[in-house]
Design a protein around this ligand. Sequence first.
Ligand SMILES: C[S@@+](CC[C@H](N)C(=O)[O-])C[C@H]1O[C@@H](n2cnc3c(N)ncnc32)[C@H](O)[C@@H]1O
Length: 231
Amino acid sequence: MPQISSWENEYQDSKLVTKNSEPQNDTLRFFKYLKKEAKLELENLNILDLGCGTGRNSNYLANLGNKAVGLEISETALKIAKSRARELGIEKNVKYLNLSIGAKYPLEDNFFDIALDVTSSNSLNEKEREIYLQEVSRVLKTGGYFFVRGLCKDGDKNAKNLLKLSPGREYDTYIMKEMGLTERVFTEIDFRKMYSQYFKIKKLEKKSGYAKFQGRNYKRNYWIAYLQKEN
Ligand SMILES: C[S@@+](CC[C@H](N)C(=O)[O-])C[C@H]1O[C@@H](n2cnc3c(N)ncnc32)[C@H](O)[C@@H]1O
């Protein structure tokens, strides 16, 4: 079961998620890479935003002249995403669907040029994660790019503490008790093993950042991955 109530409660009374309506820096850097290295102009593309939250990535990309589809389990987040799209006058370029990224997508094969998972799939369980990998690979065009920002276990003291003090049922998961949310963290070996089954890893880097939770900043490590679907 996707953890709908934990995320829904989070959007109704935010302790963790950002209210920011602009893409996060790592995502903007990926867009620059697409332009410079992949020679991909960010317009007239089909974009899939997995766990789109309040639509900061989808609305930004739709505003540049792309067509975006955002999948999200929180209705409250989607209401905000849709209202921002209306304010920007881009409702026609963005479609928001209240669906789990861990179940089959009602989307056609080989359709999207770009898929984004900006810190969204860590709360999937193993079964859902397998479906997510298969579905992203199915709906992405050959040669299409997949950006993933995910939680990293290596060198992350907060993750190690959580794994020790509040372990979840599945491997390398912990429960964030205040949110009632279970999250998976990945070592580099596990991250590479998982994504390379379906995608070519063009770039993988570990970055530190701060997650704000209940007014406190926690240093966390993240994987930033640029992936591509090959033949
Ligand atoms: C940390 S937030 C990031 C939101 C957004 N990607 C961004 O960059 O602002 C994680 C998001 O993933 C969504 N999410 C978690 N599990 C999901 C699932 N199974 N299906 C769809 N969305 C999910 C949450 O509701 C939340 O909006």
